[in-house]
Design a protein around this ligand. Structure first.
Ligand code: G3P
Length: 220
């Protein structure tokens, strides 16, 4: 499973990159707004640090606006991916952009039908939002499972980015369902490698190590 970071925070990106865990980054206008920096400058910096796809979202809602923004964003870096919302205009924009070789990530996917439409229009990635599906009393992970099966049935190359990941369980279940990618908030990622029994085990080992006679002690 590929891990993307769902953040535009440079400290988080650098920290997790040092562990070799970052295969890409996703952003959206909410994530960009948190950093209080220029959008283009932020995306260019992330693209220079991360060796993998970096999603940057368009703001326009009309097809012409989206296509124009996307063409501009695509010039920012070779690894940039343009995020397009799941609407009729969005699908038309994806169809145009995919024919130009511009990679797209169709976002705000909440049903299998939406994922299938996006893949058919030529999306490189689709982003189903598991946490927000759970929020409305449905099962976000079931959406991942069903979308994975559906895209596999027809041999689509479109990759599934599990988005709106809020818990360790979301990540584990999305991996089990075969999602190609999970995009994980910077605040959640460190929790993935932590376990209280690991910490207790280390503490116990160090306490017991104190009881082992050291060379100078054992000779005397
Ligand atoms: O990846 C999408 C994400 O940024 C939205 O997450 O928790 O606001 O639904 P959330």
């Amino acid at each position: 499973m590929k891990f993307y970071l769902d953040t535009a925070n440079m400290e988080e990106i650098k920290r997790i990159t040092r562990l070799g865990l970052v295969d890409g980054v996703t952003t959206n206008p909410t994530i960009i707004a948190k950093e209080n920096r220029d959008f283009e400058e932020t995306i260019k910096e992330i693209c220079s640090i991360v060796d993998g796809p970096v999603s940057a979202e368009v703001i326009g809602l009309a097809v012409d606006e989206m296509v124009e923004e996307a063409r501009n964003i695509a010039t920012w870096a070779p690894n940039v991916v343009v995020k397009i919302p799941m609407t009729e205009d969005g699908l038309e924009a994806v169809n145009i952009l995919s024919k130009e070789g511009i990679k797209t990530n169709v976002t705000l996917i909440f049903s299998v039908a939406q994922g299938l439409m996006a893949a058919k229009a030529g999306a490189t990635y689709v982003s189903p939002f598991v946490g927000r599906v759970d929020d409305i009393g449905e099962d976000g992970i079931e959406l991942i499972q069903n979308l994975k099966t559906t895209l596999a049935n027809y041999g689509f190359e479109t990759e599934i980015i599990t988005a709106s990941v809020r818990t360790i369980s979301h990540l584990e279940k999305a991996a089990k369902a075969g999602a190609d990618i999970a995009t994980i908030p910077g605040s959640l990622l460190p929790k993935l490698w932590k376990h209280p029994l690991t910490d207790n085990g280390i503490k116990q080992f160090l306490e017991d190590w104190e009881k082992v006679p050291k060379k100078a002690e054992s000779l005397s």
